[in-house]
Design a protein around this ligand. Structure first.
Ligand SMILES: [Zn+2]
Length: 438
């Protein structure tokens, strides 16, 4: 993903500390550890631009497996209101673990659920959980402030008031946001959606984000129901509402962005507002097909994302690339989108949404974040005329052979090196069972 989009073969890549130092033939350096990649495909670490890690504990629940977004949410809020510290810690590790195992080295998160009974600093738990696994972590401080009694969707027990949210958002930025190059921790702000926060909170969140030069993120134009909700309550479509709230610009990215008119696409282009494309979630909830090939042709910033694990339900970044590749061919034909474009969405595209120019490509000076895949496997046999296409078009298991984040090996031979996977599985299942028994 260098500026020429070259695919290099039979070259060496030298990592020094947390950076890529050099790429070329026959590099020699004193006292180096050598990783033999002669049968491997080495990609820039993948970047996930939208998630709700807490949802890993409530995947594919039978009673909402076939529900549309609004019903699905209303049902799940009643399970999620019982989340506790331990649940948040392990849910973060489960989601980040899966992402790392599929070659994703940076993720954001959108934790918008702050149950009233939980007097604890949720971002602190998440930074601890992701940090221990070695993930580059750039979550948003999410929020919901409009419950059922005010015309929103969530129950009162999981929303906070605007003042509480803004105060905590500022504290989280001050404590965790590190804007320096190759930073492992950044924070952005993410009111959940137009149907569960007040307009006042949207407006003030934008001001706060700009004061601290962090980014803005929310769900937008995901379903027709959302269009109807906004038209009924505010007499405006979601994007028009966002424009009035000062929520457009190159420091804003929206999850989904499905139901846009031509005119709205032009507004996104003009304002350089970005979209996190979540194809599996959109298919899963029957929300629709985002106009991604058109957005790419227009130069609208687009990244790729797995979305929360209750609507995907996997945190599989390679699987998401394959889903994106196939989905757009249904509507727009076989030349709608290429493997190279999908990779670009999942790397440089998502990195741009997160405001990062130090990740997303393999170039000297950039972060040593790499996803390494073994190609010498039955499922890629016969596919090696195009190794990149092989892992997107072919394959039965999207597990990386090795994932390197910030110069550290965090996945080796397909297994996390930084945590005991068996322990995460055991704890995760126990907590999930407890949550579902309420
Ligand atoms: Zn989402």
């Amino acid at each position: 993903m260098n500026p020429e989009r070259e695919q290099l073969q039979n070259v060496d890549l030298l990592i020094c500390g947390n950076k890529i130092e050099q790429i070329g033939k026959n590099i020699s350096a004193p006292a180096i550890d050598v990783i033999d990649c002669s049968t491997k495909l080495v990609l820039p670490g993948l970047v996930n631009s939208h998630h709700h890690l807490f949802q890993t504990l409530t995947r594919n629940i039978p009673r909402v497996q076939n529900a549309k977004l609004f019903n699905w949410l209303v049902n799940l809020y009643h399970i999620w209101k019982n989340l506790d510290e331990e649940a948040i810690f392990y849910a973060t590790q489960i989601g980040c673990g899966e992402l790392l195992k599929t070659g994703c080295t940076t993720t954001t998160d959108h934790h918008y659920l702050y149950p009233k009974h939980l007097q604890t600093d949720i971002p602190a738990i998440q930074f601890e959980a992701a940090g221990r696994l070695g993930m580059r972590f750039c979550p948003t401080r999410g929020s919901m402030s409009m419950s059922h009694k005010d015309g929103g969707l969530p129950p009162d027990s999981v929303v906070q008031d605007d003042e509480q949210i803004l105060k905590h958002s500022e504290a989280v930025i001050q404590r965790f946001h590190d804007p320096s190059p190759l930073s492992m921790r950044q924070v952005h702000l993410g009111p959940c959606a137009p149907f569960n926060v007040t307009l006042e909170l949207m407006r003030e969140t934008a001001q706060l984000a700009r004061q601290y030069r962090v980014r803005l993120h929310t769900h937008l134009a995901e379903t027709k129901d959302e269009d109807e909700y906004c038209l009924e309550k505010y007499n405006k479509k979601p994007l028009q509402l966002m424009e009035e709230l000062n929520w457009l610009g190159d420091d804003v990215w929206f999850a989904h962005g499905i139901h846009f008119t031509d005119q709205e696409l032009h507004l996104l282009k003009q304002t350089r507002t970005g979209i996190a494309h979540c194809p599996a979630s959109n298919m899963r909830l029957g929300s629709g097909i985002a106009r991604i090939p058109e957005m790419l042709a227009m130069g609208i910033p687009v990244g790729l994302a797995v979305d929360g694990s209750a609507s995907n339900d996997a945190s599989d970044m390679v699987g998401e690339m394959r889903t994106a590749l196939l989905l757009h061919r249904v509507n727009s034909g076989a030349d709608a989108i290429s493997a190279a474009q999908v990779l670009e969405m999942a790397t440089l595209g998502s990195a741009r949404l997160l405001g990062r120019n130090d990740i997303g490509s393999i170039e000297p000076g950039k972060a040593a974040d790499l996803a390494i895949f073994e190609l010498n496997k039955l499922e890629y046999t016969g596919a090696l005329s195009d190794p990149l296409a092989a892992i997107i078009f072919s394959g039965i298991n999207h597990q990386a052979f090795m994932t390197i984040v910030n110069g550290k090996i965090v996945v080796r031979d397909g297994q996390l090196t930084t945590a005991d996977e068996a322990e995460i599985i055991r704890k995760g299942n126990a907590i999930s069972t407890k949550l579902l028994s309420h």
